[in-house]
Design a binder for this molecule. Structure first.
Ligand SMILES: N[C@@H](CCC(=O)N[C@@H](CS)C(=O)NCC(=O)O)C(=O)O
Length: 208
């Protein structure tokens, strides 16, 4: 069984939803990154960056980085439709945009949530945070144009990309601002959120 170190509404929601969709059993260790105390100390002992999601596999192996965790999970479920299989023409498209979420959009929160880590001056911190919001919206625009979503981001069938879109569009600057630049991505994300397994996890993480 996996142990997921996570915090409500943060990136661990993506891993919880994936486990739920795949039928993986897991235990959840709730920890607020940055909040001093034994829970955060335990997280940092596993992942020195102190970030969630962090996963511990049944043999004790520590797995960090949401994409690595998801690809590992998907390998355990090769017949799942949450990703096009190797050899499928949609596979490179899937890989491109999967990595796009974590290399282009996700770091905007690392910068914007903790601007004081990068610049000292308060005005500069404000500017940095605003810049991350502009860049986040640019990325959503790029996704919308690059993917041409159908019912879901990759077409007719829900993949893990839709789960990323659903979670990250709950974050800054909020769903409506993101919808304004990426309406078809948000329609796909909302369709994914309506899946009973995703809906269950999202309601625990984000409330109703
Ligand atoms: N590259 C990591 C990013 C994880 C990440 O930034 N997690 C956030 C929560 S959504 C976090 O724990 N932030 C605390 C920090 O960076 O100190 C991934 O894809 O899993």
């Amino acid at each position: 069984m996996l142990t997921i170190y996570g915090y409500k509404g943060w990136g661990s929601v993506i891993i919880e939803a994936a486990c739920e969709l795949l039928g993986e059993t897991y235990a959840l260790e709730e920890v607020e990154p940055g909040k001093p105390g034994p829970a955060f100390d335990a997280l940092r002992a596993l992942n020195p960056l102190g970030q969630v999601p962090t996963v511990v596999l049944s043999d004790g192996t520590v797995l960090t980085e949401s994409v690595a965790i998801l690809l590992w999970l998907l390998e355990r479920h090769p017949h799942s439709t949450l990703a096009p299989p190797p050899g499928d023409p949609k596979r490179p498209v899937f890989l491109r945009w999967l990595v796009f979420f974590v290399t282009n959009i996700y770091p905007m929160y690392t910068l914007g949530d903790y601007p004081e880590r990068w610049v000292k001056d308060e005005e500069a911190q404000k500017e940095l945070k605003e810049a991350t919001i502009r860049r986040t919206l640019d990325c959503w625009r790029t996704l919308e144009q690059g993917l041409s979503p159908g019912a879901y981001l990759l077409g007719d069938s829900m993949t893990i990309l839709d789960v990323y879109a659903a979670a990250m569009s709950r974050w800054r600057p909020g769903r409506e601002k993101i919808r304004a630049v990426a309406p078809r991505c948000i329609a796909a994300a909302e369709r994914a959120e309506a899946h009973p397994a995703v809906a269950r996890i999202f309601s625990v993480n984000f409330g109703a």
